[in-house]
Design a protein around this ligand. Structure first.
Ligand code: ZN
Length: 152
């Protein structure tokens, strides 16, 4: 029995949940390749619809998602991935979870505290060994790409 990638243009929805707390951290999309890599590498990998390419979560921030358990729903078009989140937060805006806004009296209200400063995290990644030769500009544009990937 295989996942149904046909229903939604080659993609399945991936709900990412903290394995310890049960909190939903983010939602993304996986194509067949992203799903295969997620299983094989043990790190959650998505397909970015805006960039039309694979996206290893944490590739620039270091905030990777270590896969603990994967399940699928009744019609095989969505997966629930329980993870251990490396780093202080999953959301590129500096929050533990992408679901940091709550509807209160008809208004979207930020109900979480930031767990890290995204500017600092993305700056400090430029000092790591693999990225040290790259200019500040290229680090920033990669940062932008991850942001746009995370937004969709
Ligand atoms: Zn987010």
């Amino acid at each position: 029995m295989n996942l149904d990638f046909q229903k939604s243009d080659g993609l399945v929805t991936a709900v990412i949940q903290d394995h310890a707390t049960g909190r939903v951290l983010m939602v993304g999309y996986m194509n067949e390749e992203a799903f295969r890599l997620t299983v094989e590498t043990g790190f959650a990998t998505f397909y970015s619809r805006s960039r039309r390419k694979l996206w290893l979560k944490g590739e620039s921030s270091g905030h990777r998602l270590v896969v603990k358990e994967i399940s699928t729903d009744c019609d095989l078009d969505a997966v629930l991935v329980k993870v251990e989140a490396l780093g202080p937060g999953v959301c590129h805006e500096g929050y533990q979870s992408c679901f940091f806004r709550r509807l209160e009296n008809g208004q979207w209200t930020v109900t979480d505290e930031r767990t890290y400063d995204p500017a600092t995290v993305y700056q400090s990644s430029s000092t790591s060994t693999t990225e040290s030769v790259q200019s500040r500009d290229s680090v920033q544009s990669r940062d932008q790409r991850e942001r746009s990937g995370a937004k969709q």
